[in-house]
Ligand binder design. Structure first.
Ligand code: SAM
Length: 298
């Protein structure tokens, strides 16, 4: 039996906002339904109108394009919602893939919802999900991280913060930073498995899985491997380690209560293998955890 269709699925309706995924490379990935919606709406909100004009031209579509990007979304969202409320139908697209995934659109979608207007998804390409699906790395639980900070010190700090996560991590990276990012990934999570996926659905598509420690050498082995757009799929922490992590706070609380923050953190560090400073700082959040002796960590 045919599954029932959402009535908003096949025909464009007035006052609806359609969030439309577009190809991440191969134009053949634009779904027929996405095309129908783009053809039917009154106007299309696009991150980069010149880039999207290319996509629309390819499909023979002529539509008013309205710029909606990170720098103007706050200002234009209310006006777009007013147009929807007035009965226009709008589509939202980004330069590539699924809008709102490391792309603009969140404020508009939220504003439309808050105004009680229907928001309809036209699902399709997303680089992170495409990479996950071919990575061979656990896909039962994953955390979309997107772009890490551009500066190496901040990137390493972000990776250290993510290290206890048991979920698979999905990272985006650009050609400018992939080599440096690989070095940091190797330094912080070297024993984890990583799948590097570049130029998905495009001519020079490539994906390779390896221990993160080997990633810098793999990239350096061929100048082409630094080119294009990248997703890094990184294995999560072993589940057992995470259970131990949940115990850390319990151990710390007991020791700090008995011995004060400084001594308690020192012993907890020995027991758990965590850094003393990290545990000391954690203990300060317990409230009244500082040493009775007034002995604060230097
Ligand atoms: N909204 C998009 C999506 O659904 O995937 C992501 C937009 S984000 C601004 C762009 C980043 O996505 C790129 O820097 C790259 O990390 C990743 N990306 C986009 N297209 C890709 C492709 N064809 N292959 C690998 N990664 C890609």
């Amino acid at each position: 039996m045919e599954p029932p269709l959402n009535p908003a699925a096949s025909a464009v309706q007035s006052g609806h906002l359609y969030v439309v995924a577009t190809p991440i490379g191969n134009l053949g990935d634009l779904s027929p339904r996405a095309l129908e919606v783009l053809r039917g709406v009154d106007a299309i909100c696009a991150e980069d109108t010149r880039n999207s004009a290319g996509l629309l031209n390819h499909f023979g579509l002529r539509k008013p394009l309205l710029a909606l990007h990170d720098h103007n979304e706050e200002q234009v969202a209310a006006g777009l919602v007013a147009r929807l409320a007035g009965g226009e139908s709008l589509a939202l697209i980004s330069d590539a893939g699924t809008p709102l995934v490391s792309d603009p659109g969140f404020r508009l979608v939220r504003a439309a919802r808050e105004a009680g207007l229907p928001v309809v998804a036209l699902p399709g390409p997303c680089a992170a999900i495409a990479a996950l699906s071919i990575s061979g790395i656990a896909s039962d639980r994953f955390l979309f991280v997107g772009f890490l900070p551009a500066k190496s010190s901040q990137r390493r700090a972000a990776l250290e913060e993510l290290a206890p996560q048991t979920a698979t991590l999905l990272l985006y990276e650009s050609s400018h930073r992939i080599a440096d990012c690989a070095v940091d990934l190797a330094a912080v999570l070297g024993d984890r498995r990583v799948c590097i996926a570049r130029e998905l659905t495009k001519l020079f598509e490539q994906s390779e899985a390896m221990p993160a420690a080997g990633l810098p050498a793999w990239i350096a082995a061929d100048a082409n491997r630094e080119k294009g757009e990248f997703v890094l799929v990184v294995e999560g922490a072993p589940r057992q380690q995470a259970t131990a992590a949940a115990d850390v706070e319990r151990i710390l609380r007991v020791l700090v209560k008995e011995l004060g923050a400084s001594q308690g953190a020192r012993l907890a560090a020995e027991i758990t293998g965590r850094k003393k400073r990290e545990l000391y700082e954690m203990s300060l959040g317990f409230g009244g955890a500082a040493d009775g002796t007034g002995n604060r960590e230097g």
